[in-house]
Design a protein around this ligand. Sequence first.
Ligand SMILES: Cc1cc2nc3c(=O)[nH]c(=O)nc-3n(C[C@H](O)[C@H](O)[C@H](O)COP(=O)(O)OP(=O)(O)OC[C@H]3O[C@@H](n4cnc5c(N)ncnc54)[C@H](O)[C@@H]3O)c2cc1C
Length: 442
Amino acid sequence: MKVAVIGCTHAGTASILNVAKLYPDAKITVYERNDTISFLSCGIALYVGGVIKDPNGLFYSSPEELKKLGVTTKMSHDVLDVNTDEKKLKVRNLKTNEEFEDKFDKLIITTGSWPIVPNIEGIDLDNILLSKNFYHSNTIIEKAKTAKNIVVVGAGYIGVELVEAFEMNKKNVTLIDSQDRILSKYLDKEYTDTAENAFLDHSVKLALGETVNRFEGKDGKVSKVITSKGEYEADLVILCIGFKPNTKLFENQIELLDNGAIIVDEYMRTSKEDIYAAGDCCAIIYNPTGKHGYIPLATNAVRMGTLVARNLVKPTTKYMGTQGTSGIKIYEYNIASTGLNENYAKELGIDISTVTVEDNYRPEFMPTYNLAKLKVVYEKKSRIILGAQIISKTDLTQCINTISVCIQNKMTIDELAFIDFFFQPHFNKPWNLLNLAGLSAE
Ligand SMILES: Cc1cc2nc3c(=O)[nH]c(=O)nc-3n(C[C@H](O)[C@H](O)[C@H](O)COP(=O)(O)OP(=O)(O)OC[C@H]3O[C@@H](n4cnc5c(N)ncnc54)[C@H](O)[C@@H]3O)c2cc1C
């Protein structure tokens, strides 16, 4: 069996490692246009902030390691064209410019995503950067050395993490977003208010509810960002306004969502036989709504990549969908969320109720304790749990993984009240916060 893989970051690496393990006779070739594989982009902000000193720690596999498994890794090779009917690829070696064809029996598409770049005046000025791969992170670090005023556009988790990293390195930082709250996709206002105040306490400028209209430059370099409401000095701009799936090669060949995300079934099969896909290039079933969504996360990518391997010859293991569970640390606050927040659920027209509990996470007789705030969103009629958010100065983010399991299994808020959780004064109270949420629901 000849297996071709396009792209070798999380989804690609996961699928290759598992295909090699499950089918030792498979002849696997992976094409990757970069000259690195398995880059952990989740480490970019920590690398930029100086917390990660050795960039080698940002990679967890290598062509040498894959070679030991019998895999041929073609680095700096760009796949230019794919014919899914004739099962053929056209590839360019980016070092020699040589072009050649390859054939496959099975194709695994793990081409991932690319940052959205808005088509606005001044976008081509120098020092307007993206934050996705290893090269981007090195450029950001290099340019940030001499930058005084840094503007981050986009207050999702990638932008927010970078803002903190720049501020810790004593830069003047402005965060711009057209939404009137940071992290508005993940958290409700009472949570984002706390996070925003943490930024304001560190003198970060928040320009929320403002749309970037254009960039101005001096000597070819960005110098100002002009928004719908103001203008901000900038010698470095990082664009973090979202991602789009990298699927141009497959237009008119396999079924895609409107945004270009590949539609796969629960076995990671695309609409064409023997063509599989995984990771950021795909749409995924979002369990709180039961519909396809575009939720580019490393967690989804490694799971889907692994499932491609398990299902490559025969459908065996179904994907269970996702809740889009994610966590973030903003200064001293540990924050996590899963599924729908109240705001988003209402936007979708879902009739929901919410319950919020605020309590010290462990008994007050302990030498220290911190407040925790947990909010659970559930469907009003069925009382099925649809989402949750937590914030505390103590790391209680694992609570949110527990709620993710509840959503996955369609549990109700009433069941949450009486689930067995341990109690020990170091860690919690006799009534676990999650139980309390269930007990407090109307
Ligand atoms: C700054 C940042 C922080 C993040 N933090 C987190 C986090 O904390 N937690 C989390 O779960 N997720 C996080 N993510 C998201 C996570 O990184 C992505 O979901 C993940 O990288 C997706 O993996 P992938 O393999 O599907 O795609 P990608 O990482 O996009 O990789 C696709 C690969 O395919 C290659 N490729 C594409 N087209 C071709 C072609 N035609 N020929 C050859 N090669 C090609 C690309 O070069 C690339 O290496 C973060 C992302 C960023 C940018």
